[in-house]
Design a protein. Structure first.
Length: 326
C-alpha cells in the first residue's frame, strides 16, 4: 500500500569541462528540471514539456532506474512509483540533461525514504553511472565543482562562483550524444598537450576561486577534446577563436557539445554584440542556434516534502507554472 508520501526536487543543468578541465570541472547553471516522486500502487509517469516527449514512460525510464538503485543501496523496497517531471534543460546538447535526471532521481528517491544516503554516497553512485563527475557534481552540489574520480570514489571541492560572472549559451538545433562526442577523442596525447591542459585547468580553477576574471580567457583554452570535437560542431572553431574580441571573457564547448558557452563580466557593455556574433557565425556555417543568458546556479538539487505540515500542497503543474513564470 502507498504511504501517500511525495517529494519534489528542483535540479540545475550544468556545463562540464569549462574548456581545459575535461571530466573534472563543472558549473551549475540557472536552467532547471523538476521531479515529483511518490510511492504508488502501480508505476506511472507524467512527463511535461517539449524536452520530455521522447523520454520513456515505463520502468526503463532513467529516473525510475536510478530511484531503484538508491532503494537497493539503502536496503528498502519501493517497487512502484508515481513520477512527474518537467524540464527546461534541452536533451543531448551538452547541458547535462542526463546528469540532472540521474541526480534529480537519486535525490528524490533518497528523500522519499528519509534520506539514509549521504550526498557523498549519491555523488559516487551517480558518477559510476554517468562515468565522469563534472556534470553530476555540479547538479548535486551547485556552484563550480572540481572533482577527481578513481573508478569507485569521487573527491570534490566546491567553489562559489564569482559574483560578476554571467554565461551566454548558444544551443544549436541539432543533437549530439555525449557517447558520440567521446568516440572522436584520441586514445593518447603528447606530453606537451597534457601540460598545456593541466596548466590551464589549474589556472582556471585558481582564477575562478579568486575572482580573477581577467585570466579566464587564457585559462579556458584546451587541446585535449575541443580540437577533436570541432568537426562535429560547424562554426565552433571560428566562434572559439574570435568570441573574446566581441566581449566574452572566455568561451568553450559546453560539455560534449554541441552547445557553446561564453562567460562575460555582468557589467560588460557589448552583450548584444557578442550574442549577434555567436548567432551569425553559427548561421554562416549552416547552424541555427538559440541563445540564453544564464547565471551560475549556487545551489544543487534540493528536495522538499509535498504534503508535510500543509506545505507545498499545490499541484505539480501549478508549482511548475509559478516557477517557470518567475
Ligand atoms: N529525464 C530524463 N529521463 C530519461 N532519460 C533522460 C532524461 N534526461 C536525459 N535523459 C537521457 O540522457 C540522454 C542525453 O544524455 P547525453 O547524451 O549525456 O547528453 P546531455 O547530458 O548533454 O544532455 C537522453 O538522450 C536521454 O536518453
Ligand atoms: N566531460 C564530459 C562531459 C559531458 O557533458 P554533457 O553535458 O555533454 O553530457 C565530456 O566532455 O565528454
Amino acid at each position: 500500500m502507498s504511504n501517500g508520501r511525495k517529494v519534489r526536487v528542483k535540479v540545475p543543468a550544468s556545463t562540464a569541462n569549462l574548456g581545459p578541465g575535461f571530466d573534472t570541472l563543472g558549473m551549475a547553471l540557472s536552467l532547471y528540471a523538476w521531479i515529483e516522486m511518490g510511492e504508488a500502487e502501480q508505476t506511472g509517469f507524467h512527463l511535461y514539456g517539449d524536452e520530455m516527449k521522447d523520454v520513456p514512460r515505463d520502468k526503463s525510464n532513467l529516473i525510475y532506474k536510478v530511484a531503484q538503485m538508491v532503494f537497493d543501496e539503502a536496503g528498502v523496497s519501493v517497487p512502484e512509483l508515481e513520477i512527474s517531471m518537467y524540464s527546461e534543460i534541452p536533451l543531448t546538447r551538452g547541458l547535462g540533461s542526463s546528469a540532472s535526471a540521474i541526480i534529480g532521481g537519486m535525490v528524490a528517491a533518497n528523500a522519499l525514504i528519509g534520506s539514509p544516503l549521504s550526498n557523498e554516497r549519491i555523488f559516487d553512485m551517480a558518477t559510476a553511472l554517468e562515468k565522469h563527475p563534472d556534470n553530476v557534481g555540479a547538479s548535486l552540489f551547485g556552484g563550480i565543482i572540481c572533482a577527481a574520480w578513481d573508478g569507485s570514489h569521487a573527491d570534490v571541492i566546491r567553489i562559489e562562483p564569482p559574483e560578476d560572472l554571467e554565461a551566454l549559451v548558444v544551443i544549436p538545433e541539432f543533437e549530439l550524444a555525449t557517447s558520440k562526442a567521446r568516440e572522436v577523442l584520441p586514445s593518447s596525447l603528447t606530453v606537451a598537450d597534457a601540460v598545456y591542459n593541466i596548466s590551464r585547468s589549474s589556472l582556471l580553477t585558481g582564477a575562478l576561486a579568486s575572482g580573477r576574471l581577467d585570466l579566464i580567457g587564457a585559462a579556458m583554452r584546451d587541446r585535449l577534446h575541443q580540437p577533436y570535437r570541432s568537426a562535429l560542431v560547424p562554426g565552433m572553431e571560428a566562434v572559439l577563436a574570435e568570441a573574446t574580441q566581441h566581449g566574452a571573457l572566455g568561451i568553450a564547448l559546453s560539455g560534449a557539445g554541441p552547445t557553446l558557452i561564453a562567460f562575460v563580466d555582468r557589467s560588460e557593455s557589448r552583450k548584444g554584440e557578442l550574442e549577434a556574433f555567436l548567432t551569425e557565425t553559427m548561421r554562416n556555417h549552416g547552424i541555427e542556434a538559440q541563445t540564453k543568458w544564464l547565471q551560475p546556479c549556487r545551489t544543487g538539487a534540493l528536495a522538499e516534502s509535498v504534503n508535510e505540515n500543509g506545505m507545498q500542497n499545490q499541484s505539480f503543474l501549478d508549482m511548475i507554472k509559478g516557477e517557470v513564470r518567475s
